[in-house]
Every structure is written in C-alpha cells, then in structure tokens.
Design a protein around this ligand. Structure first.
Ligand SMILES: [Ca+2]
Length: 922
C-alpha cells in the first residue's frame, strides 16, 4: 500500500517538475532573493541522509547557527541530520556545508569555484550565498546572522517525500536592501499575556528576517519591578540574542510616566483671583471673566444656536432648539435624528478668548433619552493643526436615558489666548441628547509645584502688596499622600495676625503640574533628578540585559518651557528637549561607549505634524532641537507624524543623522510601501521600524510583519535567471528570465517594463543591447545571433524596471558582475587556466596602476586577487578582464593591497578544464 502511494507521489512529482520549471520553489522564497536561478530544471534527490559539515571549534555564535540549522532542517524534512566538523570530513556525501567564509575557507573556495558570478566573497552586510550542487549544498555568508537567512531560504528549497530529500538545484546570492529592519516590542512583561505577545512578535519578525528588536520596556532598570518580571525580562532578552537579532532597549517613557511628582514642569498660573474665607482661600467663581458665548443656548437664529458652528454646515440638521426641555432659561440644544450612518462628529464648536496661563474648569449639563453613543468635550489650541494642542479631551459613553447631569473637568490655557471648544455627541447612532449651560470658570488649586524655580506669590488685590508665606498665609496638603515639593490638593489658609482679613480678595501666582491629553505629565527638562534616575536605570538594564543598543523613549514631547529653571537656561523649548536627550545619550555612552542610540523623531523633525505636541506657540516648534543632539544618534522618520517623509529624512540627513522610517503596523499596507520607497530614495536612511501595542492589530500581525519584512528586504522587481546550459558551441543563444514585481497588498497592479539584455561575444566583441520579448507570464527572452567560430563565450547581464520605477539587474551587481556562458573546449573568463605574468606598479592620479609586457599569444588578461586568508598559488577571484591590446589596469581603490594581485595571460588552447573541484586544505 505504502509502495503504491510512494510511486504515485513520485510520478506526480515528476509531472510537476516536468511541466512547471521548478522556479516555483524560488518564487516561494520570502523575502525575495537579490540574485537567483536554477542550475538544472530537476531537483536533486539526495540518496541517504545528508551530513551537516561545519567548521571545527565552534564559537558560541556558531553553535547557535548549528542548532538553528538542525532545527530548520528537522522542521522541513522531519528528522535531524548528523553533524561533522571539518577536520573529520572525509568526502561524506551528500553534505550541507555551512559556515562563514572567513571561518570555513574550503567553503569559500568551493563557492568561488562554482563559476557563479559574485560567489566566494561577500560584499553586503548580511549577505549569504547558497548553491545546491549534485551531491553537496554550499551555504556561506559574511557573518553568522546571514547564515540564518540562508538557512531559511534553503528550507524553502527542501522537500521530503517518502524518506527522500529533494532540493531544488538553485543558486542564490542574497542580502537585504536595508541594514536596519526593526520590530518594536512595546510592552513590559508584568503579565503572561504580555510575555506571550512579545514572544509572538519576536518570532514573526525573526521569520520575516528582521534583524533587530527594539524593546520599549517601561519596567527596565526598576528595582521595584519584581523578581518574576525580572526573570521574564532576562529570559526574553536571551531569546532575542539567541535568534541572532540585535536588541535595543529603552528604560522609560519620558513625558508619560513621571515617577517623582516634583520632576514635573511647573506651568505658571497667573493672576488667579481668590477670596479669603475664615477656613481657606477659594477661587472667585469667574475671576478671569471668561464667558462662553451663548453657552446657555438661549439665543437662536434660523434654528441654529448663535455663536456656534459645526464641522460641516449640513450637520446642523441634527441640532434644534428645544423650548420644552432645558436645564436653565427657556431652551436647550437638542441633538436627534441619528442612524447607524451618522458621521462621528456632531459636536458644536466655537473659538473664543480665555486668556493665557489660567487654570480653568469647564462645566456643562447633558440629558439623554434612548441615546446610543458618546459625549465628547475637546479643548484645542486655536489653529489647526500646527498650532493645536489636545489640551484636554473627554470622551465617554453616556447612560442611554438620564435626566440632566453635570460634567466638569479642569484644563489649562497654557500660553494660548484662544481656545477652540468642541462639545456634543460623538459616534451617535440612535436616540436624543440635550446640552445646556456650558460655562468656563476659575478652577480650584491643584497639583501645585513647590520648588525654588516655581515660586508661589500672593498679593493683595486692592494695592498689590506681596504677602509673606508663614506670616500672612500658609499652604497645606489636604490629600492623604505627601509628595516631595508637590502638593496634590493644596489649601491656602489665612494666618491669624497676618495682613489679610476674611472677605479680602487676593491675587495668586503659582505653578501647576498640568496633566493633559487625559493624564500625561509634563517633565521639567532642566532638572537633574530625572537624569540621575535615568542613569541608575541604564546601569541596571545594562548590567542585567546588556543590550546591543538603546532607544531614548521620548515621544509626544510634553514640554512648554514655562518654569523658571527652563526659562533661565536661555534655551528655546526645542533646544531644551535636545539638550536633555543629549544628556541621556551621554549617560548611555558613559556606560557603554559606542553603543548605538535611536530616538523618536517627533521632537526633532521640523516637518512634524503631531497635533499632540503641546502647547506649541509657533510651527514648527522644534527648530533647534536636532542641533543639540550628538550626530551619531539615529532618528526615526515617522510616517504617521510628518507632513513629508522625504523632507523629514532629508532634514535628518543634512544634519548628519542616520534615520529609519517608522510605520504603525495597523496602518494600511500601502503606507508601508510608500515609506520603504522614501527610505530607498535616501541613502542615509538605514531601513524600517514598525510599532504597535498589544491588542492593536493582533489579527493582522502575521501577514503584515511578513509583508513588511519582504518589503524591507527587497522591494523588487525580481529576476530569476537560469544560466544557459550548452553542450557545444551554438550558432545562437536564447537567454530567458522570469521577471516580475509585487503588489505588496496594494491595489496598484504590478508591471515590469524595458526588460533588457546586454551582451558581448568574447574575446573581442563589443557590448550590444537587446530588448527582451515577453514569451509567457513573467517570462522574457532574447536571442543572441551570429556566434561565429572565434567566439569562446558570451558575457551578459539583464535589467528590468517595474511600475515603481525601480530597476533590478541580473546578476545583482551588473555590469560589474556578469553571467558568462562559456562554450565547452573554450573555457572562458573566471577559469583557472593561463599563465601568470609579472607586472610593474605605479601611481596615476593617486591611484595604483599596474602594467605588464604584452604577451603576443594572450587572448585576454585577467586581473585576479588572492583571498588574504586563503592564499592559493593561483588567485581565484577575477576582478577584471583586459583585452590583449590593453596591458594595464587602473585600480579605483587607493587602498588596494597590491601584494594580493596577480595578472594572468589567458591562452585559449592552454586552458585547463574549468572544474568545480576543490581540494581539502592540507
Ligand atoms: Ca438654557
């Protein structure tokens, strides 16, 4: 039974192979390789168990690679393969050779001898090279990490069927377009679900060949975080390192969590009018004389409330005057007529003066009947969006049916004289809601800063005499918790015998630690204490986790430059932020010299469009911030917060900062495509980083991370070219390639254009260009004619451009690299034959040049370079060919080590057979 099934499967496999040239295997590889093709249309069937051949005396990093190889191969073919160290290798077959080129010279030599362009040395970070030969798989790379990516590709080429292993006979030379492919893990590990989520994001990102985890770990470096949390953190950090990914860590969220209350910035509250009672000072109800025009909704004209506007004029159809229901006076505003398709914003809005530096309380009344939806009250800066702040925003689900109810909350006017107030239904779908009596009045004292730089001054109202604390009045905390230099619920008491009496009014100037955006704090960037704690936390996190780099987690900069410590520094708010971050950078560098540091772009990007950055007085508010930063710092160009991603990147570039483009994972994928293209346009941009928080887009994590990995590795277009097999010298040669581009989940239809072949006939032909013709789906072809008797080989390369305007060449570095179709009996360039000849060296324009005496019998010359680690008598790497009429060569790199250079005169008839053989080193 089993035998029949096996036979059936094998027949089926042969049909698949026979009818569909097995490129499917290559097309399935994600991310898509830079250079790829098949050496044979039939996969190799390995007879017997393959051996994994690795260098001797493995380093810890190499041990991880070995284990990863065993894991991936086991996952793919169902069993573990035996491992053989190089010194024990004795022609074991079939075999998989795995190692970095520097640690495995025989592997490097075998790759170089393969005859494939560019193989045997690496020229890109994370580059790997993979060739599946008859009885041997070669997988080498420049560094350990690249071997992981190569193993993932190899696994894609492997198939197991009835105990036999089939491997597509492919060659791949691959590296990522970006050196930075960063996944953000935005969570502490307090709870099991957070740990699960961090592991999931990490596994998905690793599979998508991202090479760095940025862990914004809000508990990092806190002794108070707890031992479970600590052990989870260490375990997680080890996991990231064992996956060969870089780990960068941030230890706090400046501007969000201020662990010590007195670090907050003191926003000055000026000219607050208070009345002295026998128990305490109380605010005069409307001491600032602010009135909300038509806040009682008594005045109507054409069935619209005077003074109020709406987002769009037609939205007034939801609003009407109700003279039968009111909280005060004779009318209220009634909102009704909602359906499931009602727009979300049905709020009344108006802009009016409120005066700067006031602490205010907004109050309004609402009533509902069968209402489904939310109620919103939003206080914004006066002009949108660049001079706007989300000062205070309140959104809540109302009870469905409720009689008149009061809503009140406190906000600060900061330095804005005007406010844009929005109040009304949000996302309503049914029922009725009424509003009435919208007022703004002086707020109670709260969150008072009591530092030297945030003075409290009390004056008499009548003659503005400065009163004395401790003699005329005292300030006490009425809240149960006592904070240092901060009073949460202050009360000012009259002192008997002082200069003020009950019934007097006083003017109070004080500083408030303002919450905004529904609870964020402002940080005083002139205080030393936050930096001291930062230093402490960096020390702890470095000692416990020892990350590869750091992130300064300063986002949505909540900064005003109000308190005296800030003002007296003579720096602009932007410069203060920059200086503060520079100090954080210096703290990191003092601990870990040279460690890379990344930072959010919001506070440093003059093209920022972040309406939450508060309270800005001009736009862009952050001019000067970037210039305070040390130049090595990497800045995030944030797709979501900039008006122009290209402009942001260029701004960072001209200020000598590298950057990465940052995308929010829950955004539409088309934004990622645009962001990656912007990054590609700007060479100083190192790559991509994505972020989200647990629960944001969990359903989409898998495909979006994979897609972003593909995009960041190689956006395309793609070329699969199977080198032409020849058995004799043909009269003409057909060059074909599979060329295509990817939609990347966008609606833009992919297409390719100008598929082009460039070729010359060796030894003496000139370069010729042909347009390749479409001969099938994604298949292109061109014919080289007139291959005459003297032609020994055809040298060629291809290119194609896609609908994004991106051009890809094959080989990947054409024309520096080319394909060579050498005719049997006429071993061509790249061969090992010929005769080494001496040369003289001199300098031309500061560059080394070599010259030699012409060899009248040479068909061409080859300039070759020896591997410094692997100096065979015959150098293996052909770096250039020269025609017989040009017995000289100018190097473009002044640092070229001339001791490694050889010149060979190639004589066709004396060339040895170009073989794939290699010798085990003695
Ligand atoms: Ca009213």
């Amino acid at each position: 039974m089993l035998g029949k099934r096996a036979l059936y499967l094998l027949i089926w496999l042969c049909i698949i192979i026979g009818t569909n040239p097995v490129e499917a295997g290559l097309r399935d590889i994600h991310p898509r390789p830079q250079q790829m093709g098949l050496l044979s249309l039939e996969p190799i069937r390995f007879s017997g168990t393959p051996y994994l051949i690795i260098p001797d005396d493995l380093t810890p990093a190499e041990e991880l690679i070995r284990d990863e190889a065993l894991r991936l191969i086991q996952q793919r073919i169902g069993y573990t393969v035996p491992v053989i160290g190089w010194s024990e290798y004795n022609d074991h077959s079939p075999s998989i050779w795995l190692g970095t080129l520097s640690r495995f010279p025989a592997l490097a030599n075998a790759l170089q001898s393969s005859g494939q362009s560019g193989f045997g040395t690496t020229s890109h970070p994370e580059e790997y090279q993979l060739i599946v030969q008859e009885d041997r798989i070669l997988l080498g790379g420049g560094e350990e990490r690249s071997l992981r990516w190569g193993l993932m590709s190899l696994a894609q080429l492997m198939h197991e069927m009835m105990g036999q292993i089939f491997v597509d006979r492919a060659f791949i030379r691959d590296w990522p377009d970006f050196t930075k492919r960063v996944a953000t893990v935005n969570t502490a590990l307090r709870l099991p679900y957070q740990t699960d989520w961090a592991n999931l994001v990490t596994d998905l990102s690793y599979s998508a060949r991202m090479n760095e985890i940025e862990w914004n770990h809000s508990d990092a470096g806190l002794w108070t975080a707890g031992s479970d949390n600590l052990s989870r953190s260490i375990t997680y950090a080890s996991k990231v390192k064992n996956l060969g990914m870089a780990l960068s860590v941030s230890v706090e969220q400046t501007g969000k969590n201020v662990t010590q209350k007195f670090w907050q910035e003191g926003v000055p509250i000026n000219e607050m009018l208070m009345r002295v009672t026998d128990t305490a000072f109380v605010p005069v109800f409307n001491g600032y004389d602010i009135a909300v025009p038509n806040g009682n909704l008594e005045s109507w004209s054409n069935d619209r409330p005077t003074s109020w506007s709406m987002f769009r004029d037609d939205l007034f159809r939801y609003v009407s005057r109700d003279q039968s229901t009111s909280h005060s006076g004779s009318s209220s505003g009634k909102f009704a007529g909602f359906t499931s398709s009602t727009t979300t914003d049905v709020a009344l809005r108006q802009q009016f003066p409120i005066g700067s530096n006031h602490l205010l309380k907004i109050r309004f009344w609402y009533k509902t009947s069968g209402y489904t939806g939310q109620l919103r009250c939003d206080l914004l800066g006066p002009t949108s969006p660049f001079n706007r702040y989300d000062n205070r925003l309140l959104v809540f689900n109302t009870p469905s049916t409720r009689d008149w109810s009061l809503v009140e909350f406190t906000f600060c006017s900061f330095n804005a004289n005007q406010v844009l107030l929005l109040v009304g239904p949000k996302s309503p779908t049914a029922g009725t809601i009424w509003l009435d009596d919208i007022t703004i009045e002086t707020a109670e004292l709260q969150d008072m800063m009591r530092r030297d730089d945030t003075p409290l001054n009390v004056y008499t109202n009548r003659d503005r005499m400065l009163l004395t604390e401790g003699y005329d009045y005292r300030v006490v905390e009425t809240y149960s918790t006592i904070y240092q230099q901060y009073i949460r619920q202050p009360r000012i008491d009259r002192i008997l015998g002082g200069r003020i009496g009950v019934g007097d009014t006083v003017i109070v100037n004080w500083s408030c630690a303002v919450n905004y955006q529904g609870g964020r704090n402002t940080v005083c960037f002139s205080r030393l204490e936050p930096l001291l704690e930062y230093q402490e936390r960096i020390r702890h996190v470095d000692s416990l986790i020892h990350p590869d780099g750091f992130k300064i987690h300063i986002n949505e900069v909540s900064y005003a430059g109000y308190d005296q410590a800030c003002v007296q520094s003579n720096l602009t708010p932007a410069q203060l932020v920059g200086r503060y971050c520079r100090q954080m950078y210096q703290i990191i560098q003092a601990r870990r010299p040279g460690a890379p540091v990344r930072i959010y772009g919001d506070a440093f990007d003059i093209f920022v469009n972040d309406p939450r950055a508060m309270p800005v007085t001009y736009s862009p508010w952050n001019i000067g911030a970037l210039h305070e930063l040390p130049e090595p710092m990497e800045i995030m160009a944030m797709d979501e917060y900039t008006r122009s991603l290209d402009s942001s990147i260029v701004y960072f570039t001209i200020n000598r900062h590298p950057s990465v483009v940052s995308v929010m994972l829950w955004d539409p994928f088309s934004r990622f495509v645009n962001a990656v293209q912007a990054a590609l346009r700007n060479p100083s941009c190192g790559g991509t980083i994505f972020f989200m928080w647990p629960g944001d887009c969990d359903d989409e994590l898998s495909w979006k991370i994979r897609g972003l990995g593909d995009l960041s590795w190689n956006i395309g277009p793609y070329i699969i070219h199977n080198p032409v097999p020849v058995t004799g010298r043909p009269d003409s040669l057909v060059i074909t390639a599979e060329m295509w581009s990817d939609t990347f989940y966008t609606s833009q239809p992919p297409s390719v254009s100008t598929p082009t072949l460039r070729y010359r006939l060796l030894p003496n032909g000139v370069w010729t260009t042909l347009t390749m013709n479409r001969v099938g789906t994604d298949q292109y072809s061109a014919v080289i004619h007139s291959i005459n008797i003297g032609v020994t080989a055809v040298e060629y390369h291809m290119s194609v451009t896609d609908h994004r305007g991106r051009t890809t060449t094959a080989p990947a570095e054409a024309p520096a690299h080319t394909y060579l179709c050498t005719f049997p009996g006429n071993a061509g360039g790249g061969s090992r034959g010929g005769e080494q000849i001496p040369f003289n060296r001199n300098m031309v324009f500061g560059l080394p040049q070599i010259e030699w005496i012409p060899d009248t019998e040479a068909d061409w010359y080859e300039i070759r370079r020896m591997d410094p680690n692997n100096q065979y008598p015959q150098a293996k790497t052909v770096i250039a060919r020269q025609s017989p009429t040009c017995p000289r060569f100018l190097f473009t790199d002044s640092a070229t080590n001339m001791d490694l250079i050889q010149v060979w005169a190639i004589r066709r008839e004396k060339i040895e057979e170009n073989t794939d053989r290699f010798a085990k080193r003695p």
